[in-house]
Design a protein around this ligand. Structure first.
Ligand SMILES: [Zn+2]
Ligand SMILES: [Zn+2]
Length: 827
């Protein structure tokens, strides 16, 4: 056995740590080990086993947690690629790839020391009044902690903190004073959840315990009523029933124990079944004939799968062209070949209805991974996939790491969706990771979209991917007619700012009269986005972020949409004390109210993050629309994504163009995508659809091309702009944010790095900044940023790596520098 193990730990350091392997222990590469790190125990992934003696003294591995790798060779390689490409610590990448935190519970406990006892004793001598009145607040809390621990001997951190309201800082201070001791008793938990099952032993299989004369049947005759009830129930259920279920019988618990002792029943541990979804299946999604382009796309995908070589494909299909059906048939084919596939969907695309479809098509062979799963459930699914019980995996972003074997097909639906980019370390883009994984596995990858990202479409045009097109809607349904409504003109003609134009109001009225359904999009939640003082012109800002707080009328509060901070509704201006505080602008809550006022008879529902707490709420609102229980649905971009509601014949778009004013080079692309997606909700049934698009930018190319369903036109124009400005796909881009709660620190650090960039050679790389980030303060942090652009990703990443090394030398904490490679948001 090798002497040393290099272990990747989930800490913000770009390195692996070497530990000595105690004799007799056999860790494996790609398996987890428990190791001491600073004052704690942590689990990490073994990346290498070797005999090279390190220069510094090593600590020992405490425990090898896995006998076989949890990350196979390919996933280890993929993780290392991610660490390298996104400049993320490899241990943090592995933690993201492995949803097994449920198996490893950290438990930190505190106990009182002799010194602590003494401190408590001395304080007691000086009288309780001294403790409660004259000591400062912190000291009071300290004694509360000592009291609590003295009474119990020790306590878990979580319990101690909730009982005494002590801060982490204060606790650490007490540890330093040696009043209390901190112990980390982390341990691995049993990997699979099991359930106790009672098994009725057959007469032959159960040798009588007390002599040959005591045959089981004679025992049964001696049963009392309770025992008979239990045995009868077990017999009726086929001889195996979970113990938990037997509790429902009205018999004392001791009855079961007695029967076990008498050898009539045996208790065994069995893996617990995992129920994926409680929803009833719907009619099969395959109830229609494939169109010629659908058949061609399917054939190409299966050809790619069959080649067992990397094949990249972009499936560009207009809204309503039946992409999902193509995915499902391809995946079923892959499953029939005994191979595996993964389908990635944006968060909002994974509704219970879709889950029900998947279960209907794939039965037990599908594993569904979504954000609503508990840690335990996530781990359970992971093991099912790893054991090969589920060869079809459907899930959001992190499902790209599903441990399937013999991966044949990876599909990324709505590949342009920004939810595929993780906005915390590691900041990977699941679409790009999917492409890399497919390359490593020799698999086919399909990126699907009605509005492909510029990057993917560019790659297809450059023949890096094959382009598969579905140009028509299913059953020859026409794309909706789009009317652009110039809101500047509306203002001139009516003399006031309108939320709903006269034209849109009229169109809505007509549809409601015809009993047709309407959707209205306003991509901003809350009642009013701005609280403005008319006396001094100040707006109410979040105390943690440099953004306006949004008025929420029904919940009677002001809320920051960036950090979640909530404040009461201001009666006076905080700046000048004036009472003239006005709420300006319109959000989806106000839009709903306005529409209620205009169409009092209409049944109106609203879909946004205030009304949708979970996937079920989302599904319920869409079902209500589908079942005709609603006449109108208003909401944010949630209503624009991928659902198929046949009764909607009119889509109104209100203020979807505000993004065009943002300082973000993807604003036009995002607006085009949103407009196309929401327009795609109209006319999916038998009646043709119409879209009324209200805008203050009627001539903007994003608006114009979306209105004419002209993806290629938009793409050409936008590409030209990207090329002039050296933005993706022509340049790799990285956003580097330097942040601190202290303004002078953020300034000093970004200044130091700015000077370092200036005097460092970086040919072929543009460095912009430092400049205040567009959102200059966020979640208490002041933020300055640099933007790096380069046609050579390799050069850019090399420069970024030296910058991080320089920052380490200058003692700028790694956590205060965000390096966002391929940044999706530049705010
Ligand atoms: Zn004021
Ligand atoms: Zn905030």
């Amino acid at each position: 056995m090798p002497l040393f193990a290099d272990v990747a730990l989930a800490v913000p350091l770009d390195m692996a740590f070497t530990y000595a392997i105690p004799p007799g222990m056999e860790p494996v590469v790609g398996g987890r080990v428990l190791v001491p790190f600073r004052q704690q125990r942590m689990s990490g992934i073994v990346v290498e086993l070797h005999d090279r003696e390190p220069k510094v003294k090593t600590k020992k591995v405490i425990e090898a947690l896995d006998l076989s790798p949890v990350l196979d060779e390919q996933l280890l390689k993929l993780g290392q690629w991610i660490a390298d490409y996104y400049l993320a610590p490899v241990g943090e990448v592995f933690r993201t790839m492995l949803p097994l935190s449920a198996e490893f519970k950290r438990s930190i406990t505190y106990r009182i020391t002799d010194q602590g006892q003494m401190a408590l004793h001395l304080a007691g001598m000086s009288g309780s009044s001294a403790r409660s009145q004259r000591t400062p607040e912190d000291q009071l809390v300290e004694f509360r902690v000592l009291d609590y621990l003295a009474e119990r001997g020790g306590a878990q951190e979580t319990r101690l903190r909730s009982a005494t309201h002590v801060s982490k800082t204060l606790l650490m201070g007490m540890v330093r004073k040696k009043w209390i001791a901190r112990e980390d008793v982390s341990s691995a938990r049993d990997a699979t959840r099991t359930v106790k099952v009672a098994v009725l032993l057959a007469a032959e299989a159960s040798p009588p315990l007390d002599g040959p004369e005591a045959r089981p049947h004679t025992k049964i005759q001696k049963l009392n009523d309770n025992q008979r009830t239990l045995i009868d129930s077990l017999t009726a259920a086929g001889g195996r029933v979970p113990v938990e279920a037997l509790r429902a019988l009205d018999v004392p618990r001791t009855t079961l124990t007695t029967l076990v002792r008498r050898g009539l029943i045996e208790l065994v541990d069995e893996p617990q079944d995992f129920t994926v979804s409680k929803f009833k299946p719907r009619p099969s999604p395959f109830n229609f004939e494939f169109s010629v382009p659908q058949k061609e796309a399917l054939a190409k995908i299966l050809e790619g799968v069959g080649s067992r070589k990397f094949t990249g494909m972009l499936l560009h299909g207009v809204t309503g062209s039946g992409k999902t059906a193509v995915y499902l048939v391809a995946m079923r084919e892959v499953l029939e070949q005994g191979r595996s596939s993964i389908l990635l969907v944006p968060e909002i695309g994974l509704t219970p209805a879709m889950a029900a479809d998947l279960i209907q098509v794939f039965g037990d062979e599908v594993a569904i991974l979504h954000s609503g799963l508990s840690d335990d459930e996530r781990a359970e699914q992971w093991h099912r996939i790893k054991r090969g019980e589920a060869r079809v995996v459907v899930g959001t972003r992190s499902a790209v790491f599903a441990p399937v074997s013999d991966l044949a097909l990876l599909i990324v639906d709505e590949e342009q969706d920004s939810s595929y980019k993780q906005e915390e370390t590691p900041r990977y883009h699941a679409r790009d990771v999917a492409v890399m994984r497919a390359k490593m596995a020799g698999a086919a990858v399909v990126l699907g979209s009605a509005t492909p990202s510029l990057e993917s479409y560019y790659n297809a045009k450059k023949h890096k991917y094959a382009l598969l097109e579905l140009p028509d809607r299913v059953e020859q349904r026409p794309l909706p007619e789009v009317e652009i409504l110039d809101m500047r003109q509306e203002f001139q003609e009516t003399g006031q700012e309108q939320v709903i134009s006269r034209k849109l109001a009229e169109e809505i009225r007509v549809r409601l009269e015809k009993k047709e359904q309407v959707m209205v999009l306003l991509n901003r939640r809350g009642y009013s986005p701005v609280a403005l003082c008319r006396a001094c012109g100040q707006t109410l800002q979040c105390k943690n972020c440099a953004v306006s707080m949004t008025h929420h009328k029904r919940e009677h509060k002001m809320e920051c949409h960036y950090c979640g901070f909530v404040a009461p509704i201001p009666r006076k201006c905080a700046q000048c004390g004036s009472e003239y505080v006005y709420f300006v602008g319109t959000g989806s809550e106000k839009l709903e109210e306005l529409l209620h006022g205009m169409f009092p008879q209409a049944r109106i529902g609203r879909l946004d993050r205030d009304t949708v707490r979970g996937r079920e709420d989302f599904e319920r609102a869409l079902n209500a629309l589908n079942e005709g229980e609603l006449d109108m649905l208003v909401g944010t971009q949630m209503i624009a994504k991928g659902h198929d509601v046949h009764g909607v014949t009119l889509v109104g778009v209100v203020g979807a163009d505000t993004a065009l004013g943002l300082p973000d080079f993807r604003a036009a692309e995002r607006t085009f995508q949103l407009l196309t997606q929401v327009a795609g909700r109209a006319g999916r049934g038998n009646s043709p659809g119409k879209v009324v698009l209200q805008t203050y930018f009627p001539d903007h190319y994003a608006v114009q091309f979306a209105a004419h369903h002209n993806f290629a036109g938009f793409y050409d124009k936008e590409l030209q702009f990207r090329s002039w400005m050296h933005y993706p796909p022509y340049s790799a881009i990285a956003n580097v944010i330097v942040r601190s709660e202290k303004l002078d620190e953020a300034l000093a650090w970004s200044g130091e790095l700015g000077r370092w960039f200036e005097k460092t050679r970086h040919e072929g790389i543009r460095v912009l900044g430092p400049a205040a980030a567009p959102i200059s303060r966020l979640k208490r942090d002041y933020r300055y940023h640099f933007i790096l652009k380069s046609p050579s990703r390799e050069k850019m990443n090399t420069l970024l790596r030296s910058m991080l090394a320089e920052a380490a030398v200058r003692k700028i904490p790694r956590t205060q520098i965000i390096v966002d490679v391929d940044a999706v948001w530049l705010m």
